[in-house]
Design a protein around this ligand. Structure first.
Ligand code: ADP
Ligand code: MG
Length: 408
């Protein structure tokens, strides 16, 4: 190399590009679990079961009872940017799913070995098709379901799908995660593994999506570490996931508690009372963005806003609609609530907080990357202040009630 000669620029190999991109989407085992569980939720599953071996490095297996995948889609299932959730850019206006980029499964195949077993309604293939067609010619048996098993590597399907015993839904297995990223694999092998993060993630999903049952266990273990059943009560769900002592000491909290029109956002949650004792804060925060907050705008403009075109240009946000039921973290809000607890309660206990916040889109500076969980809210100060005072008044009431009880 001589200073007079600039280094040559060349185009990176596609496989290198894909592996780098995949390493960003799937940063650690728990990111793969999150993507798989979100896919299961998007497939309208009512039961999602996770099995993990070696903190996710050996095996992550997510099984659901959702709508399955079409047989003819299997060849492109794990290619980059293939999705069933979005066709046109304009579809973003009505997107209700958590995914739409078609990147997660592809990414997993670049950093691990992926096997998909899925129910494929309406399509029979190969010799089976011939035999069954022959046997049941008089019946319209093509709607019969078959289950297919197929493996992928580097975005590509390895062989033809193999038929296997039929069960509802989809099972996705990721084996040997980071087998081709030695340094990354080592960091996870040496550090305490990701299993506790995976359990934590599923606990959070379980208490939010109470109409879905979740389980999470280590491979070979008979006992599940997260186990929830479908219920209509969030409190029941918290009881089964976080334990009786947590559920016993929670109070309902809501914003607005009276006049809904006066507020720019809604919050609904459960927070611990003055009897609750814990050394660490648990904060489960979901953010929903809804797009109904421009009643004063003329309809054509409103429609454009909904479709995201104008809105995205205005705020220069790329992915403003990737945000239904998002599990997020907001450190500023968490700290603010901790401060209220420390100031209001004599015992220095850390709180348990579950909150689901509904915001108009202009209040969320949405994550720019699918893996980024920390959000910052626009007008954050205002929202945090509102929540702080709601928490404070709840706490004072509960504390007074308790002091009163103790005195009498
Ligand atoms: P995205 O979720 O952004 O569409 P993914 O790579 O996560 O992209 O998934 C690609 C496609 O595979 C999805 O659009 C969906 O059609 C299908 N898919 C993935 N997981 C499941 C599942 N558990 N059940 C049904 N379909 C699934
Ligand atoms: Mg997805």
């Amino acid at each position: 190399y001589s200073p007079s000669e600039p280094p040559k620029i060349h185009r990176l190999d596609e496989s290198v590009v894909n592996r780098i991109a995949a390493g960003e989407v799937i940063q650690r085992p728990v990111s793969a679990v999150k993507e798989l569980v979100e896919n299961s939720l998007d497939a309208h599953s009512t039961s999602i079961n996770v099995v993990v071996k070696d903190g996710g490095l050996k095996l992550i297996q997510v099984s659901d009872d959702g709508h399955g995948i079409r047989c003819e889609d299997l060849p492109i299932l794990c290619e980059r940017h293939t999705t069933s959730k979005l066709t046109n850019y304009e579809d973003l206006q009505s997107i209700k799913s958590m995914g739409f980029r078609g990147e997660a499964l592809a990414s997993m195949t670049y950093v691990g070995h992926v096997t998909v077993t899925t129910i494929t309604p309406g399509k029979l293939h190969g010799y089976r098709q011939a035999i069954i067609l022959f046997l049941f010619l008089h019946f319209i048996c093509l709607i019969k379901c078959l289950r297919e098993k197929v493996s992928y590597r580097d975005g590509v399907m390895e062989d033809e799908p193999k038929p296997c015993a039929a069960v509802k839904g989809t099972q996705i297995m990721v084996e040997n995660l980071f087998y081709n990223m030695i340094a990354r694999r080592k960091t996870f092998q040496n550090s305490a593994d990701d299993y506790s993060k995976i359990v934590d993630l599923l606990s959070r999903f379980a208490i939010h999506h109470i109409n879905v049952s979740f389980s999470c266990r280590k491979h070979g273990a008979s006992r599940a570490d997260v186990h929830s059943v479908t219920t209509s009560s969030r409190l029941d769900s918290i009881r089964s996931v976080y334990g009786v002592s947590v559920a016993l000491n929670l109070m309902k909290i809501e914003i607005p508690d009276s006049d809904p029109s006066s507020s720019v956002f809604e919050m609904d949650g459960l927070i611990s009372n003055s009897n609750y004792v814990a050394k660490k804060t648990t904060m489960v925060l979901f953010i929903n963005v809804i797009l109904v907050w421009f009643p004063e705008l003329p309809e054509p403009l409103l429609l454009k806003l909904l479709s995201g075109i104008v809105y995205m240009r205005f705020l220069n946000l790329e992915r403003s609609f990737d945000f239904p039921d998002r599990l997020v973290e907001c450190t500023a809000l968490k700290r603010a609530i901790e401060i209220v607890y420390a100031a209001t309660l004599p015992k220095a206990s850390k709180p348990f907080i579950y909150m689901s916040i509904v915001l108009p889109p202009e209040h969320v500076d949405v994550n720019v990357h699918p893996t980024k969980r920390e959000v910052s809210l626009l007008n954050q100060e205002f929202i945090i202040n509102m929540i702080q005072s709601a928490v404070e008044s709840k706490l004072r009431n509960s504390n007074e009630a308790r002091t009163f009880q103790e005195q009498t």
